[in-house]
Design a binder for this molecule. Structure first.
Ligand code: ZN
Length: 510
């Protein structure tokens, strides 16, 4: 995700102030002046080779219909679950992220700081209702926040075996500028279907919808999606369009996408679209209001080419860059990125590049976003820096970006040290352990960028880039641990374990 302000957050000073004040009020006032000065000084913005083990993977076949009058999406999902573990499995678990938007949700998807920006029409609620699950012994909705669908299987599935389930569901959309919701100009369909929980050594990972960070943990699968929408709508999609037809005022679009850990759509009857093909990838920019749309598309194509050349080849046939209502700067999905409306020109370009970088660090190479948010955000930020460094005409410099990240981080550190006696700067921690977006953004984005800058300075450019390439080659299609990332740099022959430890454990002073 890209938060507004110092990174994805283009918000900056007023939000920085309100975000902090929301937490501690009076004691913080004397530090606001420091922050304002720091901000003013520093800122410019804000395959198959990839198939897991080269073998079978789970597949989703989703058919869904969007009704504009009711703001609902009804879907039938056939999921063919392939057991690639070495243990038998008796129950399957799915995350129901749509339920985070229901009234009374324990974990609000939006913090108080961002409520006005997100809920543009006042309070609004949605939710995901499961109507039926077929070919199972039983099912229930549970989890900590009614966010988990557990399906009891008729018989256990053994390693390398599979089971096919059919889930009927209805997603009701809130009026909210968020991943899942009806915005002023579009309909955001991130997390629009029940998605299998990813697995770690302890089993399925249940994710609560923390407003800090991206609370998603899912494994790659193959997708076929058929969408039925009013004919006046244009759909931006993660998938490649394979079929389109119009009948009686309705449009039916079919898509495919392979080796992807999620699938997203954005609908609008106001979209304009421009496209360009780069390295065989069709890149499309969907926008509602952009006075220089070609600049946005060029940033998308140039950064896609740069990241492909530098880290490893982009594996999807298309990339949709979509301007839409969103309360933060942007959001990444495989082969689709959401870019918030209303960003100024620099922030818009920055966000396009940052979200593109997530195609490498999140979409193709997954990581544990619940416990190591820095791993994909820090890398996305540093990859953005590398792109701008190699494309100086955009006006962002390596020095300027590092100075900006350092200044923001130090301001955060000063304020939080005063407020809490000591600032918690651990990077390896669960999303639930962050007290605010301000803390999360500084620890994952800014400190993440500083970490990779120090690593690069320690290793030298060549070993640093080789380490990133190795990380991509080793982990594409998988969920990589932080140790696997660190191991790719240790193999270069330079001892950087201590450097990583000092950052992740919060011991280094910056
Ligand atoms: Zn991000």
């Amino acid at each position: 995700m890209l938060k507004n302000g110092f990174i994805c957050f283009y918000v900056s000073i007023s939000y920085l102030k309100s975000a902090i004040c929301a937490h501690r009020g009076e004691r913080v006032k004397k530090f606001i002046a420091v922050i304002l000065i720091v901000c003013a000084i520093s800122f410019s913005v804000t395959l198959s080779a990839c198939t897991k083990d080269g073998g079978k993977i789970t597949s989703y076949d989703i058919t869904c219909t969007y009704e504009e009058e009711t703001g609902t999406l009804s879907g039938i999902m056939n999921v063919d679950y392939y057991n690639d573990t070495d243990t038998e499995i008796s129950d399957l678990k799915f995350n129901l992220y749509g339920n985070a938007f229901r009234e009374g949700a324990l974990y609000s998807p939006v913090s108080d700081t961002y409520k006005n920006r997100a809920y543009y029409a006042g309070e609004s609620y949605g939710g995901m209702e499961i109507e039926n699950v077929k070919n199972c012994a039983g099912w229930n909705i549970g989890g900590e926040d009614e966010n988990i669908l557990t399906v009891n299987l008729l018989t256990p599935i053994y390693p390398e075996d599979n089971v096919v389930l059919t889930v009927h569901y209805t997603l009701t959309l809130a009026k909210v500028n968020h991943r899942t919701g009806i915005t002023q100009n579009a309909v955001n369909l991130g997390n629009f279907y029940p998605i299998l929980c990813g697995r770690n050594t302890e089993g399925f990972v249940e994710c609560n919808y923390y407003y800090c960070g991206d609370p998603f943990y899912s494994e790659c699968a193959n997708y076929t999606v058929t969408l039925d929408i009013p004919e006046s709508f244009t759909a931006a999609s993660s998938g490649k369009l394979t079929q389109e037809s119009c009948v009686n005022g309705r449009k039916k679009c079919s898509y495919t996408l392979n080796n992807a850990r999620d699938f997203a759509l954005v609908l609008s009857d106001k979209f304009e679209v421009i496209s360009e093909t780069v390295d065989g990838v069709e890149v499309s920019y969907y926008y509602v209001s952009d006075s220089t749309p070609q600049n946005s598309l060029t940033a998308a194509t140039e950064s896609l080419k740069y990241f492909s050349d530098t880290f490893g080849k982009y594996i999807y046939p298309t990339l949709s860059v979509v301007q839409t209502g969103f309360c933060y700067g942007g959001m990444e999905y495989p082969a689709l990125t959401m870019i918030a409306e209303g960003l100024d020109a620099d922030n818009n370009i920055y966000t396009v590049v940052h979200e593109n970088a997530h195609q490498w660090w999140y979409a193709m190479v997954g990581s544990d976003q619940m416990n190591d948010g820095w791993q994909d955000e820090g890398l996305a930020e540093y990859s953005t820096l590398m792109f701008f460094e190699s494309h100086p005409t955009y006006g962002f410099t390596r020095k300027g970006m590092i100075n900006s990240a350092t200044s923001y981080y130090r301001a955060f550190f000063t304020v939080f040290s005063q407020l809490n006696d000591v600032a918690d700067t651990r990077m390896h921690r669960h999303l639930s352990e962050y007290s605010s977006e301000l803390e999360y953004n500084n620890v994952t984005y800014n400190k993440g960028m500083i970490l990779f800058e120090m690593l690069r300075n320690t290793l030298g450019d060549e070993k640093f880039t080789l380490g990133l390439r190795k990380y991509f080659d080793d982990s594409c299609g998988k969920i990589a641990s932080s140790d696997e990332l660190i191991g790719c740099f240790i193999k270069s022959g330079t001892d950087v374990e201590g450097l990583f430890a000092s950052f992740l454990e919060g011991k280094i002073l910056i």
